[in-house]
Every structure is written in C-alpha cells, then in structure tokens.
Ligand binder design. Structure first.
Ligand code: ADP
Length: 768
C-alpha cells in the first residue's frame, strides 16, 4: 500500500483497488474539474491520455463530437447527450417550453418566466410590456455566472440589435431574512430512451448579499437581485460558512436546511418539492424528442450517455418554483466546505448511479481473482437512501428474471434488469421519472406507439418514430413499477408527502465528503521559480522582451490581484481603488474584440455595494480578456525574448508587485503602448506615464493609477521617449520629438500574433 499525493492531498494507492485491478480509466476533456479528478484518482482509476480511444469514462466540459459518440463501445460512458443544448441554452430552452405551452396548454407549462429573444422579438416584448409592465431581466443568450446580466424597467432601456434573452423579472421572490435566494439543484438523466430522470436529494441555496428592496428602485444592484456566488462573493458583507456541517449559515445554505426553515414557518414544503419535480420532468420532456432523435443517430448503446444538469430555480413568495436556467456543466468548484461536502457526495453518487463497467476481458484473462472481485463489487454497492420503501417492500416489485422471462425478449429483459440495478445504486438520488404516478401524469406527452416524448399530438409530429419497433418507456413503467397497471386515476401533486419529506430530512452532518478537501497551505514556489523571477526582471531590463500573449497573461494575473484587493474587507483603499478600476474599465472596454459596456454604479450607492459592482465588472472584463488571450497561440522560443520556461516559472511565483514591476518595465521599453490591451474596436491604448514621475522603484499601485488614465495612442499627453537612465529630462524630451512614430494598432496586433510562443504552461501556472 502506497501513499500518493493528488493536488497536495494524500491518498492511499494500492494495486488491489478494484478500479486499478479492472483497469478502469477516465479522461477529462475541456474541463478543469479538480474534484472529479481527485475523486477518481482516490478510487484507483487511471487517467487516460486525451486522445485515447480506450477509456471507461469521458467527462467533457462541452459536447463530444459525433464521431466520438459513434465509436463508443457498450462499456464506455460519456457525460453528455448529443443536442442536450436544447435544454441548456437559455434561448432554446424557452422556445422548447413555449412549444409545449402552445400544444399542451399554458397552465401545464407555466413554470418559466415569459421570455423574448432579441433583437427578433422586440416588438412582441413591447406589446407585452404595454399589457403587463416590467421589470425585465436581460441576459446574454449563451453566458453563465451572471455575466452581462442587468435589469431594466422598460424595453427602451435595452440596447437595440444585441443578441440577448429578455425575461420577465420575478419581482416577488421568496425572501429569507429579507434576502432573495435561488436554488441550484442537480438532475441526472441516465438514459434518454427509456427516459430515466433522477433528482439529487440535496441541493444548494444561494443568497443575494444585499437585502431585497421591493420597490424596484435598486434594480441596478446585482448583489440585491442576482444570487450567483460569482457575483456576491465580491461583496464585503458576503459570509462564507466554514463549518461543513452547518447547512444554514451565511449566504449559502443546503436545500434541506431551507425546507426545514420553511416548514417551521408553516409552509407546505411537500407541495413545493412536488412542483419542483414536476418542473424538472416537464422541462426534459419538452426537449427529449430532439435529443432522442440525435441519440438514435449517434449513440450506439442505450447507456453510453448520461448527463448531470444544474437546475437554477427561483421560488416566489407564493412558493411557486420558476425555472431560470439549466446548466450544461454545473460548476463542481468547491468554494467552501459546504460545497465540498455536497458536491463530492453528488459526484460519488452520480458515478455510482451511472456505473462504470469494466472493459470485457478476453476468456484467457478472466482470472479467478478478477471474477471474485467483480462479485465483491456487486455485493457492496452503496444503497443508503430508500426512495420509496413500498417499491422494494411490495411483492413483485423485484420480480426475478423468471417472472419476466416469458413476457420479454432477451433485449427487453436486459434493459429491465439494468434499470432496476441502476435504481439500486441510486444513493442520494430520487428517481422522479419513472415514478409511482409518472405514467398517469406524463404519458399524455409520450407518443403512444414509440413512447418517445412528443410536443404535439398531431400525426405529422410523430413521423420519425413510427418505425421504432419498441416502446421502452411503457416497458420500464410496466415492468419496473409495481402498481403501474392498477393506478389508472391521476393522483394529486401532493399525493406522497412522506416521500417528499425526504428532501428536508437529508442530513449531511457526519457523512464524510468523498474526498478530503482541506487543502494544505499554498506550497512554496520551487527554488528555480524564485530564481526565474529575478532572472526575468533582469533580462527585461537588459533589453529582452515578452510576446504579446505573455504580457497579456501577466496583465491578466495582475488584474486578478487588483480584483481581490477591491473586494477585500481588509483593504482600506478598496473604495479608492474601485474608482480607479472603474475608470480603467471605461477606457479598456474598447480594447476587447467582444462588445462590452461598462455600467458605472449610481453615485448614491453605498461604498460596499459600489466596490462589489465594480469588482463584478472587472471580473466580467477579465473573463473576456482571458478568452481573447487564449487566441494567442504558441510557437517556439524566439531570439530576443525571455525563455519560455523562465516566464512560466515567473508567472507561477510572481506577486502583484513583481507583475507591476515587469509591466511598467515593458511599458517603458515599448513606448508606453499598452500592448497587453490589444487594439480591439477602439484602436491601441497607451499609458500616460509622465516622464517626471518615473522612478526605478515606483510606489505601490502606480500601475493601477496610470491605467485609470489610459489614453488612445493619438491622444497622448506625453511624448514617447527612448529611455536611458543617464539622460536628463530635457534630453529625454528632445529625443522624444525625433522618436519614430507609434506603430499603428493593426501592425501591433499582427506583429504580436506572429511572435507567439508556447505558453500553455504559463497559462496553467497563471490560472492555478
Ligand atoms: P446565469 O446563467 O448567468 O447565472 P441565470 O439565468 O441563472 O443566469 O440568472 C442569474 C441570477 O439572476 C439568478 O441567480 C437569479 O437570482 C436572477 N434571475 C434570473 N432570471 C430571473 C427572473 N426571471 N426573475 C428574477 N430573478 C432572476
């Protein structure tokens, strides 16, 4: 038995671990899911190279390409269904549900706020506004984490021509202690045909930091109206709870804690959770037709794909849940001990539920040791939270193969067994489709022949499925659920309050997180990294330079430090710095290729809120800035430039002061043109650094002050000059007159793209 370190956490490693013996491998693609990596490693799974074809699990941040799906073998699992963006894109989701409202009746699908897609539906928005009035919430069509979201009172306040989604703002939300909150719930779809939907019993509740003002006077305050952690964390009043067992402290709670709180107030939590389950099932039914069609074309085996969706749900003051959004790859980042506990349990349960079969071994390879191992694994599957005791308790509920054998084909029998086996591995998941009364409630949305969800009942709509030779949904309902045949009358939503109470009974206290996340203090940078820091500074002073991509990465990292400072409660200068940041953003926003409007907070805003709003804007800017920086692709080390590896090591260990030194040094040698800001839509920018104030060791935050006074190259106050320490100021000024003219912004960009160097490593360091 060995001990190995994964991200500075010690885990046991033994060649006797089941996953190691069965050679179970995984690969992570386009995702930085540290938690998942740790979890899989801790259980003995091996990471396969990104281009490997042999793997058991592929966890991707984006949809895999069709040819990847087509080549899957039955033992392989991928965490996305093809075309599941029908659910996860805000615009598509609304269109799919709108279709259901039209064909199936608004009252059955009225759980999503009325939404319009701009610019196409501007007229309809105005007409509706005339009838119902605002406010309206404006969101970029494909964004997340509250980026670019704002609230307006009238449609005229929305810039024309922008590709945004405008939704009716739910202005009477449920308030807890005066604060608005929303839910993040986790839904795992383990198969699309038959449709198998599980809702995780524990979820997270996210609070806005500033108390809600019902008068709609403070619509501009994101820390009052948006509940995203990524926004509220910048508010100095945001409370992060350090106790992993406390579900109701600070600005993030667990779902169960919220439900218990509501029950104490005499609210009907069972009805709330029944409505949530209904909303989840119906939202998936609205897009399942398209996803099923794509899965039939691209996915070879029934259980190849699964998906873990993050549902964002807002509850209003009448306790009605509203679906805001479904996230394709819900964040698995662990920002607090509570996150770590809930998300590690969620991930462990998701993988157990989905199941990672071992690659079939050849006959010769089937050693007795491996066989006995398989049996042991089967016997120790974790089943700790019964969904519905009566399902297992009733006779016939677990009818054996013999009981079914006469009725089903071999393939159907395998399917029924697989569905049952999966149910027995559900851990903290509640299966909400199929469930006790799901046939009565939802069979009307299924095609009677193929069992596939359909949006309209017209024959035309069912055309692609008429040739399907099976009805898996009916099969699963009739063979997996004991009372299916007898329950012919639809039961009311609150028919199973005992079952629904389960959501508030969840107790995470005492249950160990799947992986220990108590990170050790940040490791000391290695000695060679510290040496590289001095080396880079020296080389830059000696005339070497950096590529634009490198400078951008250094600048991005510098801004990250500034962001932390602006949102730090202990920084006395936060307000002053926030004002500088706002001025910088106003000028620098034109340097982005993507349109980005900086909206300054109103003058009357209190300091804390002001800093939080500006920090959020800087965060949005940084996000786009990094995305554009990623476009600067790499080549090899170049003559005249600092060596690649040295720069990567520099970034790894650089403090804010180091970054500031280097950026100022570069600005001087590059005629004060801010090459790290590119020339976006507004032309190149330069830093207006007056020669008189230059000093070998500038006072702290000099760069931020000068950034606040960014100017366009042609509008510079001070003339460029060639710097030599021995020159007098007069000499410098006169030489500046004869200095070559500034390079045009286009040229700067072209040159910078030419000279890129391999920096993936640097980026990795910088991001870490
Ligand atoms: P994102 O994907 O960027 O997080 P969301 O749609 O989840 O966007 O919205 C972000 C936040 O905005 C939510 O946390 C919620 O508090 C608020 N919000 C979104 N839509 C509405 C709405 N229609 N009514 C009220 N609040 C909303």
């Amino acid at each position: 038995m060995l001990v190995k370190e994964i991200d500075s956490i010690k885990v046991l490693e033994s060649c006797h671990m089941p996953a190691r013996m069965l050679k179970i491998t995984y690969k992570l693609v386009n995702t930085e899911t540290k938690l998942l990596h740790r979890l899989l490693q801790a259980h003995g799974l091996q990471e396969a190279p990104t281009d490997a074809k042999e793997f058991n699990l592929m966890w991707a941040g984006l949809h895999p390409k069709p040819d990847v799906l087509r080549s899957l073998t039955p033992y392989q699992r991928v965490n996305h269904f093809p075309r599941s963006y029908e659910l996860t894109r805000k615009d598509k989701l609304f269109k799919n549900i709108e279709k259901m409202q039209y064909f199936r009746g608004l009252k059955h699908f009225d759980f999503i706020p009325t939404t319009f897609l701009m610019p196409g539906e501007y007229k309809e928005l105005c007409t509706t506004h005339y009838r119902t009035k605002g406010p309206w919430i404006v969101k970029p069509a494909a964004s997340s984490r509250g980026r670019g979201i704002y609230i307006v009172n009238t449609p005229e306040q929305i810039p024309k021509g922008e590709n945004v989604v405008v939704a009716k703002y739910i202005d009477k939300p449920l308030l807890i202690g005066g604060h608005k909150c929303d839910l993040r719930l986790y839904v795992c779809v383990t198969s699309i045909d038959p449709l198998l939907i599980y809702l995780y019993e524990e979820g997270l509740v996210r609070f806005a930091t500033v108390k809600y003002d019902k008068t709609n006077k403070n619509l501009w305050n994101p820390c009052m109206h948006l509940c995203n952690y990524s926004i509220n964390k910048y508010h100095t009043d945001y409370i992060k709870c350090d106790d992993p067992n406390a579900g109701n402290i600070g600005h993030k709670w667990t779902l169960s804690a919220l439900l218990r709180h509501l029950r104490k107030q005499g609210r009907n939590t069972a009805a709330l959770m029944a409505a949530v389950e209904d909303l989840v099932v119906k939202s998936i039914l609205s897009s399942a037709q398209t996803i099923t069609a794509a899965a039939r074309v691209f996915v070879p085996s029934l259980f190849n794909c699964f998906e873990l969706f993050g549902y964002d749900i807002l509850i209003d003051d009448m306790l009605k849940p509203w679906l805001l959004e479904i996230n394709l790859s819900p964040s698995l980042a662990c920002e607090s001990p509570l996150d770590a506990r809930v998300k590690s349990a969620l991930l462990a349960d998701t993988l157990t539920l989905v199941g990672l079969p071992a690659m079939p071994t050849s006959k010769n390879d089937a050693s007795p040791q491996t066989n006995s191992l398989k049996m042991r694994i089967g016997a120790c599957r974790r089943v700790h939270s019964a969904e519905n005791a009566c399902v297992r308790g009733k006779p016939g509920a677990q009818g054996g193969a013999a009981a079914l054998g006469g009725l089903l084909t071999g393939e159907e029998l395998r399917l029924v067994r697989a569905v049952r086996a999966q149910y027995s591995r559900r851990g903290g998941f509640v299966r909400i489709f199929p469930s006790q009364n799901s046939w009565q409630k939802y069979s009307q949305y299924l095609d009677p022949v193929s069992g596939v969800p359909v949006c309209s009942t017209s024959l035309n709509n069912n055309a692609p499925y008429t040739v399907v030779p099976h009805n898996y949904n009916l099969l699963v309902h009739s063979h997996v659920l004991p009372h299916f045949q007898h329950a012919t009358v639809a039961t009311s939503l609150t028919d199973t309050p005992q079952r629904l109470k389960r959501y508030e009974a969840v107790c995470i206290a005492g249950a160990a997180p799947a992986v220990q996340l108590c990170d050790s203090p940040a490791p000391q940078p290695p000695r060679d990294a510290r040496r590289a820091k001095d080396l880079v500074k020296k080389q830059l002073s000696d005339g070497l330079t950096l590529t634009t991509g490198e400078v951008r990465r250094a600048f991005g990292l510098y801004l990250t430090h500034v962001l932390k400072r602006v949102s730090s409660p202990s920084n006395e200068l936060a307000v002053q710095h926030a004002a500088l940041v706002l001025r910088f953003l106003r000028r620098a926003s034109s340097s982005l290729r993507m349109p980005y409007n900086v909206k300054g907070p109103p003058a009357k805003m209190c300091d804390k809120d002001r800093c939080a709003v500006i920090a959020k804007q800087l965060n949005d800017f940084l996000y786009m800035y990094y995305r554009e920086t990623d476009l600067y692709t790499d080549s090899e080390d170049r003559a005249g430039c600092v060596a690649n590896i040295h720069f990567a090591q520099f970034l790894h260990s650089a403090s804010e002061a180091d970054l500031e030194d280097v950026l100022l040094l570069l600005l001087r040698t590059q005629n004060y043109v801010a090459t790290f800001l590119g020339d976006g839509r507004g032309g190149a920018l330069c830093v207006d650094l007056p020669p008189a104030r230059r000093a070998p060791h500038p006072p702290r935050h000099t760069l931020l002050r000068h950034l606040a006074a960014l100017a366009h190259v042609n509008c510079r106050k001070y003339r460029p000059e060639v710097e030599t320490s021995s020159r007098s100021e007069q000499e410098e000024t006169s030489s500046a007159d004869s200095a070559p003219p500034f390079v045009s912004s286009e040229l700067v960009l072209k040159e910078s793209l030419k000279e890129e160097k391999p920096l993936n490593l640097a980026l990795k360091y910088a991001r870490s």
